[in-house]
Design a protein around this ligand. Structure first.
Ligand code: ADP
Ligand code: MG
Length: 619
């Protein structure tokens, strides 16, 4: 039989390699920016159109390339960064594989202009799908500019796999942030379509973080410094009271390279132990410097995972350093999170006249009345509507959606009628005055129906109720809004604001009224009737966290996601004592839902123990 093995032609090999290097526009951004840094640029500009689908351009003022190098740089395994295998263990550059430009040129239209400082004229090259279209001598400033268009033009399957512009832009943004955080000494600019998202001057590390994440960040940072023989640490941790629901702001850099390391993450988490509110994650920006010989960054094609020689020592040093900083900078021990909720909301009463504090007395308040009154719902009242709300018991949130009339704004106390409670659900045991429901372990509501016994998970049931209510409000656009007496000022980072902007119309449909939605500042003058002012930042944090986490999944509608986030935050949790009226209403509201069996997160809301099953157990 004839020989059948052949060497793949270069353009095919390049396309295959491209699959590993370039997953999406953000991968191109990473490679091009890293090349610019390796070329000793002090100023790097990133221009992006349509989330990178239409254009990714990186312009640097680095050392540039000669005409020959410019042409060679697009060959596979063409690199100026290593010459022998041993160099791999002494890496001081980001790149070393010599694959990036070849891969990108294999699957896109690339235009490069480059000039070295001592040259009069530079070189311009155009390449499409590995084919050199042109090479000319041109007038161009010192440095390199590379424009990548029509990404995946020759691989429709990959092109179709790309997410929406917004999602791709989010990845680009993440990549930009990582590089910018690793190199505060370099100035960076990011443009998307026609707007400038970031303009970061060369600065110190603290300023870089603040410029990226918003002015309010400054006061939240605690420096972390440690220097040992094997490892130097420098950077910042965010005070535990500002911990976020998302893991979005956790950054490790090893020798100025962004890395992911669940193991090191664990070390930082351990340092925060006992200081964090449940469900929140610490934020940190930590630069680790180690001898390049002790770390292998070569185990992952996109190079964010690393292997260390002596992991345990790194773990111990890192944990101790972070713990020490938190202790030294007087982080309050064991915070009472329930009580301090209103303090960690960065309300900004700018322009407000300072007066003597008013004391509001609630004559109907009885501390012994009910367990739930001292629960997690804060009683700080900031508007008339809200004070009415809190006075007229705190459980009417259970009823939103069933009572859509906006009695709050007319200044009358909410009157709740449990309309559905006479319905057939409880038919078989309507012996007057008898409890029809029973709460078990502050978690389940047990009730009997004609078929047998129902055990309802109170949290999941309420999630379902809230979810359907909000979804209805958002999609039918009839969310009832309560006006705030004082506008609420909230600060978020640019990135967080742009995340929220994705769902702004839906937020408005659900009852939010925004008067400012820009930079790192949100001003809110109205909120959904079912929401307390003190819950607003919690809800927005949750939405940001969910939008962040949603990236890898196929995204459903924004409205759906939003309703889920709100339901998650606002639903009553297990551990909450409910009186019999509340229990009953929860049950009725659940069975008034379109879907009763499942929570919005597809978990069962209740189980049934049928009469037969019961009988059998007694046989
Ligand atoms: P690697 O970075 O792994 O060496 P690349 O394919 O990213 O591989 O780049 C190939 C070579 O092209 C680099 O080694 C470098 O010599 C040159 N190069 C790429 N981008 C630039 C740039 N912005 N400025 C100067 N030289 C560059
Ligand atoms: Mg490179």
């Amino acid at each position: 039989m004839a020989d059948i093995i052949q060497l793949l032609p270069d353009h095919v090999a390049n396309q295959i390699a491209a699959g590993e290097v370039v997953q999406r526009p953000a991968s191109v951004v990473k490679e091009l920016m890293e090349n610019a840094i390796d070329a000793n640029a002090t100023s790097i500009k990133l221009l992006v159109k349509d989330g990178g689908k239409a254009l990714i351009q990186v312009i640097d003022n680095g050392k540039g390339m000669s005409g020959t190098d410019a042409r060679l740089s697009f060959e596979r395994h063409a690199t100026s960064k290593i010459t022998k295998a041993e160099d791999l263990f002494q890496l001081t550059t980001k790149g070393f594989r010599g694959e990036a430009l070849a891969s990108i040129a294999a699957i896109a239209h690339v235009g490069m202009k480059t000039k070295q400082d001592h040259e009069e004229l530079g070189t311009a090259i155009t390449i499409e799908g590995s084919k050199v279209i042109s090479q000319d001598t041109v007038v161009t400033p010192t440095g390199t500019s590379i424009a990548v268009k029509h990404l995946f033009f020759n691989i429709p399957a990959r092109r179709n796999f790309l997410k929406s512009r917004t999602v791709e832009m989010r990845h680009v943004n993440d990549e930009f942030q990582r590089v910018a955080l690793a190199h505060p000494e370099i100035s960076f600019v990011l443009h998307h379509n026609d707007s400038e998202l970031f303009n970061l001057p060369a600065s110190n590390y603290r300023q870089r973080i603040v410029n990226l994440l918003g002015a309010k960040t400054n006061e939240k940072l605690v420096p972390v410094e440690e220097s040992t023989e094997v490892l130097a640490i420098s950077g910042f941790a965010v005070k535990p009271e500002f911990a976020k629901k998302s893991r979005g702001e956790q950054f490790f850099f090893i020798n100025q390279r962004y890395i992911r390391s669940p193991y090191l993450n664990h070390a930082v988490n351990a340092a925060f132990e006992g200081l964090l509110k449940e469900g929140t994650h610490p934020s940190f920006f930590l630069n680790l410097t180690v001898d390049p010989q002790t770390v292998d960054i070569n185990i992952h094609p996109t190079k964010t995972e690393v292997k260390f020689e002596d992991e345990q020592t790194l773990y111990a040093i890192l944990r101790a350093a972070v713990k020490h900083s938190l202790g030294q900078f007087s982080i309050t021990p064991a915070l009472d999170f329930e009580m301090s909720q209103s303090f960690d909301t960065p309300y900004n009463y700018k322009d407000k006249v300072v007066g003597s504090p008013k004391v509001e007395v609630d004559p109907s308040f009885n501390p012994f009345k009910d367990d739930y009154q001292s629960g997690s719902r804060t009683n700080i009242t900031t508007s008339k509507a809200q004070s009415l709300k809190t006075q007229s018991t705190s459980w009417e949130s259970l009823y939103i959606g069933l009572n859509d009339t906006n009695s709050l704004e007319q200044g009358t106390a909410l009157e709740i009628e449990s309309k559905a409670s006479n319905e057939t659900l409880f038919e078989d045991q309507s012996i007057e005055g008898h409890t029809k429901t029973y709460q078990f372990r502050k978690k389940y509501i047990i009730t009997s129906v004609s078929e047998g016994l129902l055990v309802i998970d109170q949290n999941r049931a309420h999630q379902r109720i809230m979810y359907e209510t909000f979804l209805k409000h958002i999609t039918v656009q009839n969310g009832v809004s309560q006006q705030l007496l004082f506008p609420l000022q909230l600060n978020y980072s640019n990135t967080e604001i742009s995340l929220l902007a994705e769902v702004q119309p839906d937020l408005e449909a659900s009852g939010f009224v925004f008067t400012k939605f820009e930079g790192d500042n949100l001003e809110i003058t109205g909120i959904p009737a079912a929401v307390l002012e003190s819950e607003v930042s919690m809800i927005l944090d949750q939405i940001i966290a969910d939008l962040n986490n949603e990236i890898p999944e196929h995204s459903f509608s924004q409205a759906d996601m939003l309703a889920k986030s709100m339901a998650k935050v606002l639903s009553i949790k297990s551990g909450k004592v409910l009186n019999s009226q509340e229990q009953e209403h929860l049950v009725n509201s659940l069975f008034a839902c379109k879907e009763t069996m499942l929570s919005p997160f597809n978990k069962p809301t209740f189980i049934t123990l049928t009469h037969d099953e019961l009988e059998r157990k007694f046989m």
